[in-house]
Design a protein around this ligand. Structure first.
Ligand code: TYD
Ligand code: MG
Length: 447
């Protein structure tokens, strides 16, 4: 038996133990594993050669969940035979979500679902189902960690077209001696399962745990194997969760579905903007409402900044929900282009509601909230803001401007601070056009 040393973070393997992985630079992630013998496999994909011509393209059939928030995230339903990975921290609500998806799918189709729980006993799963008021005979439960059991069950029951694995970290292929949860086990099990799914036309949903810093074997090394990768995000202390598409071979990526946690399970949120905006009865210093786009949908979010004096040589910069490097860039631009010096001030930035913004068009909202905090004046009453800030201080255009304005209008906003060069169709909203961050200062005297 040959021993290899595998990084549990990126999957890189070496012949000897090292303290730091040379591929991903993580420390103390190398674990000793037994090398997998690549011999005869029990399952093999059928060899089919086809020509690439339009007439042979078959539109895959999809399972609908009937919940719009979910179907959109899957790109219009779950494709038959697709393998989907749902990653998330422990306790975030993955099992709850999957049971709901399974129940809805079997209700809307003639097929059955196999729910494999490697973590919980059948009693625990049944108790959860009872709490969620799910009483569905077409959901078959299997409490096992053995990959062989799962493969055999799928082969024997042709009516099962929907398979849930909760979680991949518990699955165990007895041909491999490595412990469950190690990169080798996780990868081999996921690989076998995806082949099984394609071969039998079974839609496969795999749960993968990730820790806060994304360590521990698993989802990261599986992402290229599956068709769709979803991440279930949210703080345990928060009332809502976001299901985000990271990759999708059958639809657009970056879509999000927003859900509220309740005693009876996850409740879809139809109008997320109202959830992420805080109700203020007057204008607040240091706050800006950013009109963002998540996937195909506009969402309004509140950016909050706080600037405080400090005696420390290196003042703190803390960010929740945004990229700290991007904040450093905005602070530098404000310094160089607007003569606004924050080098001796602590800067705190928060996206209210726990949403993580990835769009660069939030730059202007961040700059505005920082300036607002410094000049101690609020932005114009009932206004939204968006725009990307270049290093020169110029404000770049944003995509989907009309979609953002429409959403703002729908929620009763009266003004929008937007890039100068954009084309805007007529809205009932007053547009304040800016070409440079310098001009932001004048906006504070606008009211
Ligand atoms: P669970 O689905 O077990 O999380 P995971 O599978 O990701 O580890 O959910 C964690 C806990 O939260 C569990 O005790 C049930 C509870 N919960 C609710 O009560 N309502 C909800 O809507 C959700 C999502 C979870
Ligand atoms: Mg679970």
């Amino acid at each position: 038996m040959k021993t290899v040393y595998v990084c549990q973070s990126c999957g890189h393997s070496t012949g000897r133990w090292v303290g730091k992985c040379i591929a991903c630079d993580n420390w103390d992630t190398i674990v000793e594993e037994i090398a997998v013998k690549t011999g005869k496999r029990s399952i093999s994909a059928p060899i089919l050669i086809k020509t690439l011509s339009g007439s042979e393209i078959i539109t895959p059939s999809r399972f609908l969940t009937g919940i719009e928030e979910l179907d959109r995230v899957f790109g219009g339903g779950i494709v038959q035979g697709a393998s989907i990975l749902i990653g998330g921290e422990p306790g975030i609500g993955k099992s709850t979500l999957l049971l709901r998806i399974a129940a809805n799918v079997v209700q809307l189709s003639s097929f059955e679902c196999l729910y494999v729980s490697g973590e919980e006993s059948l009693e625990q799963v049944s108790l959860r189902a009872k709490r969620l008021k799910i009483n569905e005979p077409k959901i078959k439960l299997l409490s096992t960690v053995s990959l062989t059991d799962v493969v055999a069950t799928i082969k024997e029951n042709k009516s099962i077209k929907f398979l849930v694995i909760d979680s991949i970290q518990t699955m165990y292929d007895s041909r491999i001696t490595s412990a469950p949860g190690t990169v080798t086990q996780v990868r081999t099990c996921a690989h076998e399962l995806t082949i099984l799914a394609k071969q039998y036309g079974v839609s496969l949903l795999i749960v993968g745990h990730i820790t806060k810093d994304g360590q521990i074997a698993g989802p990261k090394t599986l992402e290229h194997m599956v068709d769709t990768v979803l991440y279930f995000e949210g703080e345990n202390s928060n009332q809502y969760r976001i299901l985000r598409t990271i990759k999708n071979r059958f639809g657009p990526a970056n879509e999000i579905g927003v859900f509220e946690v309740s005693e009876a399970g996850l409740v879809p949120v139809d109008n997320p903007s109202s959830l992420f905006l805080m109700a203020h009865d007057r204008e607040v210093v240091g706050s800006a409402v950013f009109a963002g786009i998540e996937g195909s949908r506009p969402i309004l979010m509140e950016v909050q900044a706080l600037i405080a004096g400090t005696n420390m040589a290196t003042p703190r910069r803390a960010v929740v929900g945004w990229d700290i490097n991007r904040l450093a860039m905005i602070i530098a631009v404000l310094n160089a282009r607007c003569k606004m010096f924050l080098h001796d001030k602590e800067v705190y930035l928060n996206i209210a509601g726990g949403l993580k913004i990835q769009e660069p068009s939030a730059d202007l909202a961040v700059a505005a909230s920082l300036i607002s905090s410094v000049v101690n004046l609020p932005l114009p009453t009932s206004s939204i803001i968006c725009g990307e800030v270049a290093l020169s201080g110029e404000i770049r255009n944003v995509s989907h401007a009309d979609l953002r304005l429409k959403e703002a209008q729908k929620l009763g906003f009266k003004k929008a601070i937007m890039p100068k060069n954009g084309n805007y169709s007529s809205h009932d909203i007053e547009i304040i056009k800016l070409g440079h961050v310098r001009e932001l200062r004048e906006v504070f005297n606008y009211n």
